[in-house]
Design a protein around this ligand. Structure first.
Ligand code: NAD
Ligand code: WQD
Length: 336
């Protein structure tokens, strides 16, 4: 089975490509390298013995995209490519709508034109927005309290995919709503390495560990949670990658939606403690003001994925911290 992975040199995409190749899939990667590096292809080869064919193409370039589909006979697409910085999306909403929604329109048009009908899409827990309870389940209404243009792009893409699957009975769509991906490949060769300023908690933790920034700013410790810091559902990127294989194996006509999370909530201070324990030294941190838009707590109800996809997380926070530190040491030159 031949899979086109858009965004395949990125953080989650690259880990998924490794799992796909190891499971015997043929993979081609499309990425414009906006937030990733070409050297990831060499790392994938080092890990799997296979260097996937690479298309340095921007999904917004419909002509170039058609060229990619023209030359290959894809059975399915896993669509990771997109911009993901929540704060930036508030400042530059049109860039986010153009890049995320516009790109996906091009991709779906090409899929229709070339008769490719299977797609797995990277959505996000952000589509749930604020709910009455912190444990999000797929049956909840989405799109009411989304707090950023980034979140809306995920919501609109979900809607588009559902509408396309309704209009064309050949389509098999699976939407995966990720919670908070963390960790790195256990080899220490692959991990999160964004270009420019990071946005999420772990890339900041990593920058503190490597000394690039002096201390982690924890956004608020006056939330109604046990230690006052926010609670999130952190999912190891390898578990998440395996969730994509499970989704591919269970594609069926119409649209399916699954949460990919652990079902457990961990606080920011617990992350700092876990990282400090594994590295053997306290991660410098300070409490600063709350960040606008942060919810005190949310985590997945992952039971639908467990039931239908036969998938659940196998790795925990300590594994994610160990693999992150291993990655920092082996691939980013950090000494501990
Ligand atoms: P990433 O930035 O590491 O990977 C995304 C890749 O897409 C990058 O390599 C980037 O260069 C590429 N890309 C962006 N725009 C493109 C375009 N127009 N054409 C071609 N390539 C393009 O991000 P990630 O963390 O691996 O996230 C992958 C997907 O998962 C994204 O869609 C993201 O929104 C979604 N997601 C991520 C998280 C998270 O916290 N990391 C959580 C939920 C959902
Ligand atoms: C986690 C916790 C912060 C940085 C976002 C998106 C979501 C999904 C995952 C894409 C929060 C705290 C963070 C720092 C901190 N992405 N924090 N200091 O906000 O839960 O979710 O990424 O779809 O859609 O909204 O993740 O990693 O930014 O924050 O204290 O320097 O860490 O306040 O409590 P978030 P995050």
């Amino acid at each position: 089975m031949k899979i086109l992975v858009t965004g395949g040199t990125g953080y989650i995409g690259s880990h998924t490509v490794v799992e796909l190749i190891e499971a015997g899939y043929e993979v081609e990667i499309l990425d414009n390298l906006y937030n990733s590096q070409k050297s990831v292809l060499d790392t994938i080869e080092e890990l799997t013995g296979v260097k996937p064919k690479f298309h340095e193409v921007d999904l917004r370039d419909a002509e170039a995209l058609a060229g990619v589909f023209q030359d290959s006979n894809f059975d399915a697409v896993i669509h990771f490519a997109g911009l993901k910085a929540v704060g930036e999306s508030v400042e530059k909403p049109l860039e986010y709508y153009e890049n995320n929604v516009g790109s996906t329109i091009n991709l779906l048009e090409c899929m229709q034109e070339f008769g490719v009908h299977k797609i797995v899409f990277s959505s996000s827990a952000t589509v749930y927005g604020e709910q009455d309870t912190p444990q999000y389940v797929e049956t909840m209404t989405t799109g009411v309290t989304i707090s950023s243009p980034y979140g809306w792009t995920k919501y609109f893409i979900e809607r588009m995919l559902m509408d396309v699957a309704k209009s064309d009975p050949d389509f098999e769509v699976t939407i995966l709503r990720y919670f908070n991906p963390v960790g790195a490949h256990p080899s220490g060769l692959l991990g999160e390495n964004p270009n420019g300023k990071p946005n999420n908690l772990m890339p900041f933790v990593m920058k503190v560990a490597t000394g690039e920034i002096p201390e982690l700013s924890i956004f608020g410790n006056d939330y109604p949670t046990p230690d006052g810091t926010c609670l999130r559902d952190y999912i190891h990127v390898v578990d998440l990658a395996k969730g994509h294989l499970a989704a591919l194996n269970h594609l069926q006509k119409g649209t399916q939606v699954y949460n990919l999370g652990s079902g457990k909530a961990t606080s920011v201070l617990e992350i700092v403690k876990a990282f400090s324990e594994v590295s053997g030294r306290l991660l410098p941190h300070k409490i600063v003001a709350r960040r606008a838009g942060d919810l005190p707590e949310f985590f997945a109800d992952p039971s639908k994925a467990e039931r239908d996809l036969d998938w659940k997380t196998e790795l925990g926070i300590a594994d994610a911290m160990r693999d992150t530190i291993n990655y920092l040491q082996k691939s980013r030159g950090m000494e501990i």
